[in-house]
Design a protein around this ligand. Structure first.
Ligand code: ADP
Length: 307
């Protein structure tokens, strides 16, 4: 195999209460990439028209991930990476993670599937370290594995795939303002109150139990973040109005996607998720801020090869 085309999904990390440890992949939102072998041992990158990302391999997450994998495999070839970037960088739905995870998956195929999924997640985390300063796994793990992925620990890496109930849909609004992960990390408090921690780990456990039991109400009750959302929501225009509107429209719950500015809501069934999209639209139509709204089922497969 000399060339592979893939779809790399957008991902929602943090999932309200589960800061830094949980994420899920979207089915109908993501980038496309083509990775091809080069005879010469070098990495080159090109972008579909319209995106403005670094082309130097050491500055692009795809290049960083590819270099680490080629080095580790002692490969005798180079690669060209073409990225059709459909997830806007800094959107909070895993733009950098899609490129990192997509590269890890695709290059592993070109190398003859020599790495395990856990190793692919570890390589992809190098891209996240470049993008945000922290090698977090909560976007790249679900991007590679599909479904919900719990990163119980990053040192050593311990990732568990969690099944998603069949009728679970996600609605995401992306206000077109850039919030860099690096900056939205800086405003977080270093210490938290014990009573907030207790509430938070109760919710995380409830969320995981709800996902396994297909208990939509339990999922909804558990989507409550006492620690990060109160601090970060100030970066997102009309956050509390959005939240009130999606809950009123019947969403199970939701919160900030990744480090923002995107906001997500989970719903039971596509019709409900569409009502939530309409409610989000009503709130943002008056703001004058440009925005996109995505509606997607949870993606069970992660990165896939496109024929
Ligand atoms: P997101 O959550 O949308 O991925 P981040 O702030 O984590 O946003 O990452 C975006 C940053 O990563 C930007 O500074 C962008 O220039 C950088 N970056 C480097 N390579 C890529 C890539 N291939 N795709 C997306 N972002 C990239």
């Amino acid at each position: 195999m000399d060339k592979i085309k893939i779809f790399a999904p957008a991902t929602v990390a943090n999932v309200s209460c589960a800061f830094d440890i949980l994420g899920f992949a979207l089915e109908s939102v993501g980038d496309e990439m083509i990775i091809s072998k080069l005879a010469e041992k070098k990495i080159t990158i090109s972008l579909e028209e319209g995106s403005n990302l670094p082309l130097a391999p050491e500055k692009n997450v795809a290049g960083v991930v590819a270099q680490a994998m080629l080095d580790k495999a002692n490969a005798n070839f180079g690669i060209h990476i073409h990225i059709d970037k459909r997830i806007k960088p800094g959107s909070g739905i895993g733009s950098s993670a899609a490129s990192s995870a997509g590269t890890a998956y695709a290059l592993n195929k070109l190398l003859g599937n020599i790495f395990t999924d856990t190793e692919l997640i570890e390589f992809a985390m190098l891209g996240e370290a470049l993008a945000s300063g922290i090698p977090h796994a909560d976007n790249v793990a679900p991007a590679i594995l599909g479904g919900f992925a719990l990163a119980r620990s990053t040192h050593p890496l311990d990732v568990i795939k969690i099944p998603a109930p069949q009728e679970l849909y996600c609605t995401v609004i992306h206000p077109q303002i850039e919030v860099k992960t690096e900056n939205s990390r800086k405003i977080l408090k270093k210490n938290i109150l014990l009573k907030n921690a207790v509430s938070q780990w109760g919710n995380i456990a409830g969320l995981i139990a709800g996902l396994y039991r297909n208990d939509y109400d339990l999922i909804g009750r558990s989507l409550d973040d006492k620690i990060v959302e109160p601090v970060r929501s100030i970066l997102i225009p009309l956050f509390s109005e959005l939240k009130q509107a999606f809950l009123k429209a019947g969403a199970l719950g939701g919160g900030i996607s990744g480090s923002g500015p995107s906001v997500f809501a989970l719903s039971k069934g596509k019709n409900r998720a569409q009502k939530v999209a309409d409610a989000m639209n009503d709130v943002y139509a008056k703001t004058g801020v440009d925005y996109d709204i995505h509606l997607s089922k949870i993606n069970e497969q992660g990165v896939i090869e496109l024929k």
